[in-house]
Design a binder for this molecule. Structure first.
Ligand code: ZN
Length: 270
């Protein structure tokens, strides 16, 4: 966990541990043990999300359209829309639907940025996406999650369900949108949920979900703080590390940190 030279998890844990070192040796042996265990298994030393720079090769695509869609049912609003189709060199085609008129005071990614982000996905994820919506309004569920997470300004960036619809929500124009690399990572995370539920089923107490939990126990550590929330988030966050660093030294580093999960992905995620 500490030794990886390039991955962001090791950097984050080194920084957290370094801050504690000056006072650690003045503490009792029990307190030292607890402090070091918290670094390994607690969320405090981990980065909140996996945000390593995406090094995945880009699959080429062409964009066609738009086709006008009158009264399209977005999430939380019906509005006239334009539908583009992005066709990838590996044969996968995905419709992208955007409102004709963006909501004043809000901004969202462009169709081109969205097509580029989809091109960084491995085919295993991309072929499960049935449609991408660039939603005109924020997630109607945001107030609910604000209460659940006790975060007053909770804002959903992106969601995806078992049906394979990816919805990207706009943010206030004053809030910067995530950059291209972070956007790709989040698409991998969200479509990772679609992939896991479609491949392993929705009951997280059986089958491959149990195998994954065993792999988690063997690996002991997780790749991000958000991965600690639930087994499905652990799968998606581990997938972000697995997919976005492919071909770079960070990928080998992550494999040493969570070897059992990576070897399960080697056989499951194709
Ligand atoms: Zn998630």
């Amino acid at each position: 966990m500490l030794a990886g030279a390039t991955n962001k998890l090791s950097q984050s844990v080194r920084t957290a541990l370094g801050a504690q070192l000056p006072t650690l040796q003045t503490q009792s042996e029990g307190d030292q043990t607890r402090a070091l265990q918290a670094v390994i298994t607690g969320g405090g030393a981990l980065p909140y999300l996996v945000t390593d720079t995406v090094s995945t090769p880009q699959v080429e695509h062409t964009l066609s359209g738009p086709t006008a869609r009158k009264g399209f049912a977005f999430d939380g609003k019906t509005a006239d829309a334009n539908e583009w189709v992005v066709k990838f060199k590996d044969g996968v085609s995905i419709p992208i639907v955007a409102p004709k008129a963006p909501t004043p005071g809000f901004h969202n990614h462009t169709v081109q940025e969205t097509a580029d982000a989809l091109g960084a996905l491995p085919k295993a994820s991309r072929q499960l996406i049935t449609r991408v919506l660039l939603n005109p309004v924020t997630n109607p569920q945001d107030p609910f999650w604000a209460g659940q997470y006790r975060t007053p300004n909770f804002h959903s960036y992106m969601t995806a369900g078992a049906a394979g619809v990816v919805t990207i929500y706009p943010d206030k124009a004053s809030a910067p949108l995530p950059g291209a690399s972070d956007m790709k990572g989040r698409v991998v995370h969200e479509t990772g949920h679609t992939w896991a539920y479609k491949t392993w089923g929705e009951d997280k107490t059986k089958g491959k979900w149990l195998d994954w939990k065993k792999a988690m126990d063997k690996d002991r550590v997780s790749v991000s703080g958000y991965a600690l929330a639930d087994v499905a988030e652990d799968v998606s966050e581990t997938l972000v590390a697995y997919v976005t660093t492919k071909g770079s030294p960070a990928n080998d580093e992550y494999r040493k940190i969570v070897p059992n999960r990576f070897s399960m992905l080697d056989t499951e995620y194709r």
